[in-house]
Design a protein around this ligand. Structure first.
Ligand SMILES: [Fe+2]
Length: 387
């Protein structure tokens, strides 16, 4: 996130003595990416953010992923997952590899205070609304929002009253960012980018909490650890920098369309180590009278492809069993494409609109499957193209 922000009570010079109104010296904390040599934010706490009084394992079982063997396309229905819980302990890992874990959550309770010490987290909110409370401020989250929570930022999710927050959760192994080709050398979004600074929701802050000691759950490569701190982490009176959470609503992604087929990279939203995230939004289909406005058959030569079907009728896959909230996995090496009948009716769709909304994750290493995925899999999906 390249744009400089500042909030609350901050000093005139970085790394200078900074005091509150009573003259008390505040505690500065640097949260910087890539070992102090990339984007960072500098926070001013009322008390030391390092005063741990107790440490305990929370859930130290790493998620195991089974190889996709024999190689099969898969279809998972997230509405068959058990609902409830919170966005941290209630998330259900479905697929993953060394670069990314994709989970799904149906949260109806506030999460514990939490931070991810392994990588950034990216959410796509399918249904519901929530308040994301962070040490840097608050973001009000609604359906359709992508939410980026940088590594090491302590936060908690609070679903709106009476509301279930249904969301995809991407646990990344590093930092997620806009595709480099969307931004200038100094970080401004270029004119051809499908979204822009004005589309981003940034944290309203500072956000001060109450209370003394507080438990914070921290994700590590080995699982979760619970730290108890002497002071509540929401004690930041001011901060500045370029490393902060933000949200982008999928409806603010302006689709790039053409007279003939435009390939999936025009739909890209984010990039992260070992993967990219794209989305398909309501748009005009290819409009040249000779166009074939339906995806060609393809075999994902160098990537595994996940698609989350968010809204619409998914015309090209009609008859496959795909419905709202379903997730398909089309692995590298498996040829797939339109369902029977869809290809033949493609010419009649020239210049029409599609109202489909979908989120796609392409990974460059094979994805394995967690046990929760097996419990919601639609068997025999591989044969749906020949039905
Ligand atoms: Fe595909």
């Amino acid at each position: 996130m390249p744009y400089f922000m500042q909030a609350g009570h901050v000093p005139r010079k970085r790394f200078s003595q900074h005091r509150d109104d009573s003259g008390r010296l505040l505690c500065a904390e640097v949260i910087g990416a890539e070992g102090f040599s990339s984007d960072m934010c500098l926070l001013y706490h009322r008390d030391s953010p390092a005063a741990v009084v107790q440490v305990a394992p929370f859930d130290s079982r790493p998620v195991e992923f089974a190889a996709n063997e024999p190689l099969l396309p898969r279809l998972f229905n997230t509405d068959q997952l058990p609902p409830g819980g919170d966005t941290v302990t209630g998330r259900r890992p479905l697929v993953g590899n060394a670069d990314v874990t994709l989970a799904f959550v149906q949260a109806d309770a506030p999460s514990p205070l939490y931070r991810n010490a392994v990588g950034d987290e990216l959410f796509y909110v399918h249904d519901g609304a929530a308040r994301l409370e962070t040490i840097l401020g608050v973001i009000d989250v609604v359906a359709g929002d992508y939410v980026v929570v940088p590594k090491a930022i302590t936060h908690r999710w609070v679903p709106a009253p009476g509301c279930q927050l249904r969301a995809l959760v991407f646990e990344l192994s590093g930092h997620v960012r806009a595709p480099r080709r969307y931004q200038s050398a100094t970080g401004q979004y270029l004119q051809e980018s499908p979204y822009f600074e004005l589309d981003l929701k940034r944290p309203e802050g500072p956000f001060l909490g109450n209370g003394e000691g507080a438990e914070v759950v921290v994700r590590t490569r080995g699982g979760l650890t619970r730290y108890t701190y002497r002071r509540h982490p929401f004690d930041v009176v001011g901060w500045f920098g370029c490393n902060y959470p933000y949200a982008l609503n999928i409806s603010d992604f302006s689709p790039i369309t053409g007279s003939f087929h435009r390939p999936p990279p025009v739909h890209q939203v984010f990039e992260a180590p070992g993967c990219v995230v794209c989305n398909f939004v309501p748009r005009m289909l290819d409009y040249d009278p000779r166009a074939m406005p339906i995806p060609s058959f393809h075999s994902n030569v160098d990537s595994d492809e996940i698609i989350f079907y968010a809204e619409g009728n998914f015309f090209s896959r009609k008859g496959s069993g795909i419905r709202r909230g379903a997730i398909s996995l089309h692995p590298s090496g498996h040829i797939h494409g339109p369902h029977p009948g869809a290809w033949e009716s493609g010419p009649s769709r020239v210049g029409q609109r599609t109202e489909e909304v979908a989120v796609m994750l392409d990974t460059f290493k094979p994805l394995g499957m967690a046990s929760a995925a097996g419990s919601i899999e639609q068997r025999e999906y591989v044969y749906s193209w020949s039905a």
